[in-house]
Ligand binder design. Structure first.
Ligand code: EPU
Length: 424
């Protein structure tokens, strides 16, 4: 049975909301637990669909996984299976992050090609070429990445692009390789720093976390650890956009505002008053109609592609015209078609979009195509004239814990409704 959200327009969001651990960190940290025999505990886990899915992936290679509220306990056996091809693999992108740890520990892996959001092409060429540099052979066979190595030898790896997933997989193989690996043009996302922190706690030797050059001195074994996931900057930013769009006043805790420096600066240009609290959170107050601001998506510390739908939704109700440039995932502009159903005045041309703000959006049924697009449609619905039906909300459930409950607590009117759409 499908579910949709009925989002009532006209809300002003006010209050305090706590952000928990980052989806794009916890799933990789769970994969990292494969690197050490024994029990690893991960705390501050978000209660989202992707976490139990990743638990199933780990179980399929022999781990015991218990998820209790925000704590995941992963017991990794001495003998792991090198074959990760369960049905869960195809349901999320992060499942591919078991590749690096399995190659690191077992020197071989058969890993089903991952699923995840339909946001454009997501090849694995850089993951594979990095592992090849370390001495593995890799091929794609029958829908799986197949990797095999006699030994893993540290090497110099240059990435064509600072890919988050490729950096993670190469890093997690290199920690158990012989000798030193240098990953140049590495991703610098806070979630990469979080993995480096956990791996270091496990006994890995890594220099340069948070910079473009990661140097990894291989060690023979790693040991389990207990690690707290960093707060989800994308969820934190979602609340910041929600405050600005609804001319609200939100205090967001549990997320490091420095992970959102550029985002918060952009929102200041839109007219928001923003106060930050050390590494603990921030407050966003918006009094008047926001002003249009241009956005360009880039790898961190640039403006995250995951926030592009919110940039479009904000621009759709702002005063003026905004140019939004998407440099990572071409298909993410599909979101704009849904925004146009809500009467947004927007045009795309290649990887640019021009959005002219309107005073009021007009409610309509709309369909979420991925996690962020779904959340973006909910925020747009809050600024529309009546009740906006947002369909395919399972996407939103993959990334936003207690989204409906939080929104209602902050002054929105939104209901989860079961039933199929009567779309022709
Ligand atoms: N790319 C390649 N070859 C590769 C790997 C990547 O060409 O081997 C390209 C991709 O096609 C894309 C760009 O490089 O154009 C960036 O991809 P990246 O590898 O950095 O992305 P990812 O690791 O697959 C993660 C997040 C995404 C987020 C991107 C970019 C996870 C599970 N996913 O994906 O998050 O958009 O980084 O920041 O960590 C989301 O949370 O909604 C989401 C989609």
């Amino acid at each position: 049975m499908s579910e949709h959200f009925d989002v009532h327009g006209g809300a002003r969001l006010v209050g305090e909301v706590e952000v928990v651990g980052a989806k794009n960190s916890v799933l990789k940290l769970m994969a990292a637990a494969l690197l050490a025999e024994g029990t690893t505990t991960i705390t501050n886990c978000p209660q989202i669909l992707d976490v139990p899915l990743m638990a199933d992936v780990l179980r399929s290679v022999g781990c015991e996984v218990v998820i209790d509220g925000g704590t995941a306990t992963i017991t990794t056996p001495a003998e792991l299976s090198h074959r990760a091809d369960s049905a869960a693999m195809g349901k999320l992108r992060a499942s591919v992050c078991v590749l690096g740890p399995l190659v690191g520990r077992l020197k071989k892996a058969i890993v089903a090609l991952p699923g995840g959001d339909a946001i454009g092409q997501r090849p694995l060429d850089m993951h594979q070429s990095g592992l090849r540099k370390l001495g593995a052979t890799t091929t794609i066979e029958h829908g799986c990445v197949v990797a095999d190595a006699e030994t893993l030898q540290g090497a110099q790896v240059w990435l064509d692009f600072p890919s988050v997933g490729a950096t993670e997989n190469i890093l997690m193989a290199a920690v158990l390789a012989e000798g030193t690996t240098v990953i140049d043009n590495a991703a610098r996302e806070p979630e990469i720093v979080d993995i480096c922190t956990m791996l270091t706690e496990m006994g890995a030797k890594i220099e340069g976390a948070g910079t473009s050059t990661l140097t990894v001195h291989g060690v023979e074994t790693l040991h389990p650890t207990e690690h707290r996931v960093i707060g989800d900057r994308i969820v934190g930013a979602t609340w910041a956009f929600a405050a600005v769009m609804t001319r609200g006043d939100l205090t967001v805790t549990g997320v490091n505002p420095h992970h959102l420096d550029l985002v918060l600066e952009k929102l200041r240009h839109a007219g928001a008053e923003i106060t930050t609290f050390d590494e603990k959170g921030f407050r966003v107050v918006q009094h008047d109609r926001p002003k249009s601001v241009d956005f360009v998506t880039l790898p961190y510390p640039g403006f995250a592609t995951d926030l592009q739908p919110f940039a479009v939704a904000l621009s759709a109700v702002s005063e003026g015209t905004a140019m939004i440039t998407e440099n990572l995932y071409e298909a993410r502009f599909r979101f704009i078609e849904e925004m146009m159903r809500l009467s947004a005045d927007a045009r795309t041309d290649g990887h640019h979009a021009v959005v002219r703000g309107v005073e009021q959006l007009s409610s309509a049924p709309v369909w979420a195509s991925d996690i962020r697009a779904g959340a973006g449609l909910v925020l747009a619905g809050l600024c529309a004239d009546s009740v906006t039906e947002v369909w395919d909300v399972f996407h939103i459930d993959r990334g936003y814990p207690h989204f409906v409950e939080n929104l209602n607590r902050l002054g929105a009117q939104i209901q989860r409704v079961a039933g199929d759409p009567d779309r022709a």
